[in-house]
Design a protein around this ligand. Sequence first.
Ligand code: SAM
Length: 215
Amino acid sequence: MLDTYKHKGLRKHLVTLVRNKGITDENVLSAIEKIPRHLFLDSSFTEFAYQDKPFPIGNGQTISQPYTVAFQSELLMIKKGDKVLEVGTGSGYQACVLLELGAKVFTIERQRALYMKTKEFLPTIGYRPRMFYGDGYAGLPAYAPFDKIIVTAGAPIIPEALKSQLKIGGILVVPVGDDIQTMISLVRKSETEFVQNEHGNFRFVPLLGDRVDEK
Ligand code: SAM
């Protein structure tokens, strides 16, 4: 499907909406302006792509609301070359925003059907994150440590494995809670010290898994 002037115009409008909601990071806003979000939805739903809303992507999952993607991306304070782990690939849209910000992206998805669909789709529009099928509760120990980690599903607790895979000075952004989540950012100050900040309430689909890391 094409990326037309109409789509580009709708994206400009979306950027204005997201900016008016408080996003100030120009690199994040440029990424949203550039990425053809309508191509991440089934073609019959393209008119919904540029509303600031989450949308079903199959398998009971959603592509996150653009404002939420922008908010989490801004909290990560991505620098070019940062090694970033995303838990919850879903449609791949958030991974593309991270790639546009200059990150090296490792993304993990728990549902095989979504993993396969997104792995096939992203290269067709020129995006190539490292993609993994597995349980994001465990992170990706073989590729750790990471400069930044983002979780894009609601976690009942902050998984210990993810904390341990963060570099010192690194940032973890994770929505924590059951029905409604509090957006939390953690900065790792040393082997054992983390500084935690809260950034308001959001609503995500839950993180799936055996929760083997729960402490
Ligand atoms: N980041 C996605 C995007 O840009 O489209 C949206 C993510 S969607 C809100 C949450 C995703 O997390 C779903 O695709 C879901 O299957 C996945 N997920 C849930 N539990 C997971 C787990 N334990 N490990 C990895 N992925 C998981």
